[in-house]
Structure formats: structure tokens, C-alpha cells
Design a protein. Sequence first.
Length: 126
Amino acid sequence: MSFVDGGSYAKLLGLSEFLTMDKAGPLATAMTGQIGIADGAPVIVSAEMPLTDGTNGRVSTTPANNTKGTALCIYRPGWLVGYRRRVALSVDYLPYYDSYQITATVRLAFVNFDAEAASALFNVTV
């Protein structure tokens, strides 16, 4: 599975490898409007991935320096999801609405099995 920022995603949509059915099959950009699969892994755009500084792939504290795209390639079986805190529920009465509000929260944690569970591609011109 691959995650990319919005700028990198826009650039990938223009690649000929993804554009036509003869190269990408039924998941071609021309058919679905989105990138289907790159090297057997689905490509997902994430609004949570910012642009980065081109020199080291990190987000600069100076926003003007963040001009390069990033892609993360994740091997899903190489990660384990666990609970830091199980689901907690709270029910509050809201007298001004004469109703109840239910809030559920949970804290999750991720851990990788080895150093080959993820890789990053940075310094992508967007």
C-alpha cells in the first residue's frame, strides 16, 4: 500500500502508465479517475501528508521551504495494531437540548515487526 500527498497524487494521475486501460487494466485513470495500483499496491492520497523540504524529506518549520512531495510504501503484514487504551464511553446529559450525548474514545498504537515494513520516497517534484 502506498500513501502520497496531494501534489504527488496529482503528478501520478498524469503518468502514462496509469492513464490507459492497455497499461493499467480496469483500474486505469481514464476509467476510474483515480490511481488504482502501482507495482501491485493501491495508491492512496492522504490530506495528512504535508509537503516536505527537498533536502532531507522532513517537514520544515518554515512553510515556504516545503515544496517537495513524499510517498510512503507500507507492507501491511509487517505492522501490528494494538490498544494503548481500550474504548471508553461517557454519557452526558445536555439540559438545554433535553438530550444525551455519547462520546467514545480509544487510543491505538502501531509497531513494526522489522526494518523492512515501510519505506519512504521523498524529494518528489510536484
